[in-house]
Design a binder for this molecule. Structure first.
Ligand SMILES: Nc1ncnc2c1ncn2[C@@H]1O[C@H](COP(=O)(O)OP(=O)(O)OP(=O)(O)O)[C@@H](O)[C@H]1O
Length: 737
């Protein structure tokens, strides 16, 4: 028996030989002396541990062999055409970083790996005449010697990173194939101004003490299981794991190679509610999915809920959880499997319909102040206008609108289970921006009473009411349907949702895992969790490395947030200055067009260029607009220009073959290779009608949400972003002049 570890990017680009590679590695695991494998050392190689093996007539695998306690262990690097494999084998080395104890695969001949990517030439600082850009490393006074001493980063890499003359050349250094991934990430974080201790902690780097009694092979093997080594290496214990990695790894890195910080948040036990924040694309959803799988493995008898804001997002979660663990029993029904994956409103409806008569009556009494009510239908926002029309009130326009009243009802009335006028007159409204004196509260309550009456007459409750009712029913019965609840996109959850989440699981170890990004709050009002009996204290962490988008797109998106303070679910200020990306690409294009028709022409041209010259599959293009009517206009405008686009609304799925047109709201949680933000002009963003008649505080909040929406939309782009408008640009773009 031999054990096998696989290096990231190992399977050949041509997936057709994956089956042969799998068969080869399986035989290797069973018996590495099998003659057909042809495991052979290579002449003139830099590393005596290197071997090649015969995958088929044409292809050879490159491996490194270490022997510990008489047992062989192989590090599988990849498979190439015979001649390329020999070159790779001769020039690559498997070494131990003496400072950190992390095993490293140093690939000195990168061309055959990625096919046609040119090798990056590391630049020495002295070659650069007059830098126009100075790296954060240089500004902070880092030297190559210091980086070598503290992190074991080779001086050539350190000085190239410190002396990089532009963002692009810095990025070229840290993403170079000859630089181990953990070193690249450490340099990115240091460049962004993170203190060295935090960088080390993030990568799980402690103090490494060399043990002279251990053999080099033993140390190399141990170094492969360092948390930072797991960014690039994964151990395949048996043939099942092998098959899994070979099948998945080439296109879904996140399934296998977690960042040490992501790994820690996915697997570490917590004594109570835990909050994971982080910018768009930092892998919060990935961590949430891994955590669900981990808890299901670790606590097989427990009941787990993985939930999010909408049905579509929940379906994505379910699909990805299925990819991560095809054998895991999951369902969208509460009480049906070890892991329930469902949108939070669906959970509310299920819990409510399962509640007995006694619980339902008591809950109706608690939440709505009535013992009987029909709850089959859902009310929307129109009932506020009906209530305002029915009641003779003295409220000014900034209060007499569905937006203010809906929020007041949700954040104050439902959150505090207020059922009568006296309750409303005395309840604390701390945190609501617009103050209300007693006389105004009396007037507001009149409208709320009418709203409730109208809803009762229609046999309807709103979604937030349903969530509050479900929570109350659980509280009455003291039944807690789950042991662990994992929440994604938590920044958009409202008071009703939080009441429900608190009621779904008893407080205790690993009860609530909450992933959120306050910069992406595009619905409702922010609600501090402590009001719902959810105490995070000391169990809050952030992810800062963006895996989705390029550094150029990220810089643009983060720029949209500048100068505006955001607070998180614990009421602390949320920063965005330390977000980073290890990927590089073109700068976002900002395109002012003279007319709507010209903007449509330009959109059509981009689509043609990307799908034509670049050969991109059309469904990898997302064209996002603020309003539904812009989406319709885009679809018909593109059709006039010979392009069939698919309009994706609510639960509709994306089909291959056509570019995708959707609202920015619908794009939440999604990603596309190329994104066009269409119609980002002053009339559309912020959406003017949505701000009409709002009071100062509500207006400020609505503007913040518009800004967040633009940030959400911009961060959907993996590789390329275009922002266009006709007429004057949106003030949210903060363009000078
Ligand atoms: N460790 C990883 N290795 C490779 N890719 C990763 C890793 N973690 C995340 N990704 C990829 O980065 C992208 C963003 O991840 P994810 O959707 O989990 O981020 P997020 O923080 O939830 O984003 P958002 O808040 O914008 O929805 C996805 O394509 C995901 O597969």
């Amino acid at each position: 028996m031999a054990s096998v570890t696989l290096a990231k990017g190992a399977p050949a680009a041509d997936g057709s030989i994956n089956g042969k590679i799998f068969a080869f590695l399986q035989k290797l695991q069973n018996d590495d002396t099998t003659p057909g494998l042809h495991i052979e050392p290579i002449k003139n190689s830099e590393d005596s541990r290197v071997r090649t093996g015969r995958v088929d007539l044409q292809f050879r695998a490159v491996l490194f062999k270490v022997v510990v306690g008489g047992e062989p262990h192989y590090l599988y690097m990849g498979t190439w055409n015979h001649d390329d494999a020999i070159k790779v084998a001769q020039t690559s080395t498997f070494t131990l970083n003496p400072v950190t104890g992390i095993s490293e695969l140093v690939r000195t001949a990168p061309e055959p790996r990625g096919g046609n990517q040119p090798a990056v030439v590391l630049q020495e600082p002295k070659e650069v005449p007059s830098p126009v850009w100075t790296s954060g490393l240089a500004q902070a006074g880092y030297t190559a010697e210091y980086l070598l001493e503290e992190l074991g980063i080779p001086e050539s890499t350190g000085s190239a990173a410190i002396g990089a003359a532009s963002v692009e050349s810095f990025e070229a250094v840290v993403t170079d194939e000859t630089v181990p991934e953990w070193q690249g990430l450490a340099l990115i974080d240091l460049e962004a101004g993170k203190p060295l201790v935090a960088v080390k902690e993030n990568l799980g780097i402690g103090t490494y003490v060399d043990d002279p009694h251990k053999s080099e092979d033993e140390k190399l093997l141990e170094g492969l299981s360092h948390p930072a080594a797991k960014l690039e290496f994964t151990y395949a214990a048996g043939s099942e794991e092998l098959q899994y990695v070979i099948d998945n790894e080439s296109f879904q890195d996140w399934l296998v190679f977690l960042h040490p910080a992501q790994e820690q948040y996915a697997v570490k036990d917590r004594s109570g509610a835990f909050r994971l924040s982080g910018g768009a694309g930092t892998g919060k959803t990935v961590v949430a999915i891994h955590r669900a799988r981990h808890l299901a493995d670790e606590y097989p008898d427990s009941r787990i809920l993985l939930t999010t804001f909408t049905k579509t997002l929940a379906e994505n979660l379910a699909q990805n959880l299925g990819r991560l663990d095809p054998g895991l029993k999951q369902s969208d029904k509460v009480d049906d499997a070890s892991v329930t994956v469902a949108g939070i409103d669906s959970v509310a409806a299920q819990v409510w319909s399962k509640a007995g008569d006694v619980e339902q009556k008591a809950a109706l009494e608690r939440v709505l102040g009535v013992s009987e009510a029909e709850t089959k239908n859902r009310s929307g926002g129109a009932e506020w206008d009906e209530a305002l029309a029915q009641v003779d009130h003295k409220l000014e326009p900034s209060l007499a609108n569905g937006s203010f009243l809906g929020q007041e009802y949700l954040s104050i009335v439902l959150a505090n289970a207020v059922t009568d006028r006296d309750g409303y007159l005395t309840v604390s409204r701390a945190g609501r921006g617009t103050p209300l004196n007693r006389m105004k509260r009396v007037e507001v309550w009149k409208v709320i009473e009418a709203y409730r009456r109208i809803c009762r007459s229609k046999g309807a409750v709103s979604y937030p009411e349903l969530a509050a009712l479900a929570a109350a029913a659980l509280d009455v019965s003291a039944v807690r349907p789950f042991d662990h609840v994992i929440v994604d996109e938590a920044q958009d959850f409202h008071a009703g949702h939080w009441l429900l989440l608190r009621a779904l699981v008893a407080p205790g170890a690993n009860d609530l895992f909450i992933a959120e990004d306050s910069h992406q709050r595009i619905y409702g009002q922010k609600v501090p969790l402590s009001r719902f009996g959810i105490q995070i204290v000391g169990r809050s962490r952030r992810l800062t490395l963006n895996y989705r988008t390029t550094a150029q797109n990220l810089a643009f998106a983060v720029g949209l947030l500048s100068g505006v303070p955001f607070t998180d679910l614990e009421d602390e200020e949320e920063k965005s200055s330390d977000y980073s990306s290890a990927r590089s690409g073109p700068k976002p294009r900002l395109e002012a067009e003279p007319s709507l028709s010209a903007e449509l022409d330009s959109t059509a041209e981009w689509i043609r260029a990307w799908t034509g010259e670049d050969g991109l599959a059309p469904e990898n293009i997302g064209i996002l607009a603020r309003a539904g009517k812009q989406v319709d206009l885009l679809v018909s405008g593109l059709l006039d220009r010979g392009i069939t686009a698919q309009k994706v609304v609510s639960d509709k799925e994306i089909h291959p073959g056509d570019p995708v047109v959707m609202t920015m709201h619908r794009a939440k949680g999604m990603e596309f290779a190329k994104v066009i933000l269409f119609g980002v002009g002053e009339d559309n963003m912020p959406m003017q009608w949505a701000l009409r008649n709002l009071g100062e505080s509500e207006k400020a909040d609505a503007l913040l949400q518009e800004r967040s929406l633009l940030y959400v939309a911009a961060t959907r782009a993996r590789d390329e972003l275009v922002v266009s408008w006709s007429g004057k640009p949106s003030e949210l773009l903060q363009l000078k002049g």
